[in-house]
Design a protein around this ligand. Structure first.
Ligand SMILES: Cc1cc2nc3c(=O)[nH]c(=O)nc-3n(C[C@H](O)[C@H](O)[C@H](O)COP(=O)(O)OP(=O)(O)OC[C@H]3O[C@@H](n4cnc5c(N)ncnc54)[C@H](O)[C@@H]3O)c2cc1C
Length: 375
């Protein structure tokens, strides 16, 4: 007899694919569900998918990002080596003020880095007066290929999920003409979150685009400024950025916003023979405080019904919806965050190990209830 699923993961972007991979590796019987017929149709497919550390003054988000970066580049090298290119990434100041801050950032840098001057950049075909920080372990993924590799060997069902319901101990995940059942559900749906009341997480979309260009120019390293340019691979370079605040629906992917990106890239590298091959666009999803959200999902209607004084500042023990988890809010660094966040979620599900408070979605509930609900 067919063994029932332990976990249904909704959303086959990098978040869902990584979670499915880790849960299946931990012995779970997993099914990955997406409204598209293939993984990485959402923001993940549009991403330049650079995997690099964050620079800054050592704040909590930088520390988390760099912990995630250390985990991620090892993870991709081990589990999808042919789709992760560790070309190194150089981070260049965005403007003169940013350049002045670089000396303040330097003590907080991810340990493995080099300080590059404008001559070092020029040697690699990059023109910039300020120089930058070069991170040799960084690189970029072939986003769809990584998602496909992680999802291979895992049951995949194309289903536009319309409804979640629970009967006893069983979750029912319903689409137009099929229903799946499992003990638990993980929501990895990116910027679209209509299935359950998750308003407190404040997930919203930020639109971006990417162009892939054919060129005979050899760029040996990738670079980030206010946009990202990849190293040359098989005669192709990716230029991309997320730049337009927008929620739903996704904007038309007609290549228009690429003109600005291309102009920005042309100030940094020789784009004279670049020929546009393909345009991608999509939404990345960001939480209210720009930190990933993972963990149990709070039963919002129940909390507000049983404890109406919450909106006036009262507290009560948080009540979660049984066996429902979220993995979202990966922002502009989904490929950096996904492996570590999926690992923490997997440990929570398999061993009960609590998810760190800094990324647990619970952190956002009370502030949302007090500031966003009508009193
Ligand atoms: C232009 C651009 C450039 C970027 N560059 C980088 C970068 O260089 N480095 C980096 O780390 N990150 C980058 N990002 C961010 C990164 O793409 C995101 O953080 C990441 O893709 C988020 O992954 P996800 O799995 O959470 O969401 P998504 O990839 O959006 O996946 C969500 C999936 O859920 C499915 N879904 C939603 N609702 C339902 C439903 N009801 N039923 C069934 N399926 C459903 C969707 O079809 C989709 O496939 C970039 C993003 C963009 C747009």
């Amino acid at each position: 007899m067919h063994k029932p699923y332990d976990t249904i993961i909704i959303g086959a972007g990098i978040a869902g694919s990584t979670a499915a991979f880790m849960l299946q590796r931990a012995g779970e019987h997993v099914v990955l569900v997406d409204r598209s017929s293939v993984p990485a149709s959402g923001g993940s497919g549009a991403a330049g998918a650079f995997v690099s550390p964050k620079i800054g003054k050592g704040g909590p988000l930088q520390q988390l990002t760099n912990e995630a970066f250390a985990f991620a580049h090892t993870f991709y090298r081990e589990h999808s080596p042919e789709h992760f290119t560790a070309s190194g990434v150089v981070r260049i100041p965005k403007h003169p003020d940013d350049a002045e801050h670089f000396s303040l950032y330097e003590p907080h840098n991810y340990p493995m880095y080099e300080r590059w001057h404008s001559e070092d950049l020029a040697l690699r075909g990059i023109e910039d007066t300020w120089g930058g920080f070069y991170f040799p372990e960084a690189g970029d993924c072939d986003a769809p290929a990584v998602c496909r590799t992680l999802a291979s060997g895992i049951d995949f069902v194309q289903l536009d999920v319309r409804r979640l319901s629970r009967a006893g101990e069983v979750w029912r995940v319903e689409g137009a003409n099929r229903t799946l059942e499992a003990a638990r559900v993980v929501l990895a749906t990116g910027y679209q979150n209509e299935l359950i009341d998750m308003r407190y997480m404040g997930i919203r979309g930020l639109w971006g685009s990417r162009g892939d260009y054919r060129t005979s120019t050899t760029l040996p390293v990738s670079l980030h400024k206010s946009l990202s340019v990849s190293s040359t691979r098989q005669g192709r370079v990716k230029i991309g950025a997320t730049h337009v605040k927008h929620t739903d629906p996704c904007l038309v992917c007609d290549g228009q916003p690429l003109a600005g990106l291309f102009a920005g890239a042309s100030e940094l590298v020789d784009t004279s023979d670049f020929v546009l091959q393909e345009t991608f666009c999509g939404m990345r999803s960001t939480s209210r405080d720009h930190v990933p959200v993972i963990g149990e999902v709070i039963d919002v209607p129940r909390m507000l019904q049983e404890h109406p004084a919450i909106v006036r500042g009262a507290t009560a023990p948080l009540q979660h919806i049984s066996d429902l988890f979220v993995l979202n809010g990966l922002g502009g660094r989904g490929f950096v965050f996904a492996p570590l966040m999926a690992q923490w979620l997997t440990e929570r599900i398999i061993t009960g190990r609590p998810i760190p408070e800094s990324v647990h979605s619970d952190r956002l509930f009370y502030k949302w209830a007090r500031t966003h609900l009508t009193k």
